[in-house]
Design a protein around this ligand. Sequence first.
Ligand SMILES: O=C(O)CCC(=O)C(=O)O
Ligand SMILES: [Fe+2]
Length: 344
Amino acid sequence: MGNIDPAFVQSTEHRPKSKVVEVNEIPVIDLSESRDESLVVSEIGKACEKWGFFQVINHGIPSELGKEVEIEAKKFFGRDLEEKRKVRRDEFNAMGYHDGEHTKNVRDWKEVFDYLVEDNAQVPSSYEPHDKDLRTLTNQWPQHSVDFRETMEEYSREVEKLAHRLLGLILSSLGLAADKFHGCFKNQLSMVRLNYYPPCPFPDLALGVGRHKDSSALTVLAQDDVGGLQVKRKSDGEWIPVKPCPDAFIINVGDIVQVWSNDKYESVEHRVVVNTTKERFSVPFFFFPAHHVTVKPCEELVNEQNPARFREYNYGKFFANRNRSDFKKRDVENIQIQHFRILD
Ligand SMILES: O=C(O)CCC(=O)C(=O)O
Ligand SMILES: [Fe+2]
């Protein structure tokens, strides 16, 4: 079995327990068009408040498309490292293949491939507040297959529509106009990530992804039937597995919705555990706005009794700041919305 590279080892308090409670608690919401919209809105509002996570079924995305994504992803990750590294991410281009990601400075047991939903998106050149320079992020596609690119592009177009619909439902549940932030996603930085978690001989010491919150507005995640995602239950801090549900997407509130809602809906911590025998695939779609967007609590939700709990921040600078840590293990914590908090 050999020894584990210490870079992967979680500190004792963050290691997964070998026995987890098998509960089926994460709400499942039926998005069929025939359902009464106000009922769907109220179910989504409750799920966002209680869990920050829910699953959706009858969402309109054909299951064949999800299967094709999985087939293409499997083919890609099954190729030689040398091949995969031809589309490797680097400090200048954050899109492509990567096998050395760290979450909270511990290495994740996974390989990833990232691509933008809108290719050639503009981002700030640096995280320095006064530097107004922009640069362009460009997708890198593997040369071995045209199907890979076509499948991934079709998938992101479909999921983008679902993300807009879900954001509208979430905003309605807050009493806001469903299209209030539609314009923020023109020239979006949204990204799809293909996650591949190889079997791991040390599932008690390492994690597929360490505990974290997503910096998106929301995330639309597809997972295969292996399982491994765990969510921190708000009521008691217990790690709860999200049981795979065929053809469902897992939706989670991201940091931006937390700020927009002024803490009414929280972006909840989650992580991925690995296992000794089965590889696992998952595909998150991170719904990120354009670089110029200013994120702040919605005026409609703020008043004297409930003042703004966050200072505003520029999304592009936040994104650029996060990207700093992708290639180097850094000793300081990643930027978080907590750094903009003015009230608890
Ligand atoms: O693999 C999963 O189920 C979740 C991955 C995740 O949380 C992420 O990539 O941000
Ligand atoms: Fe995540």
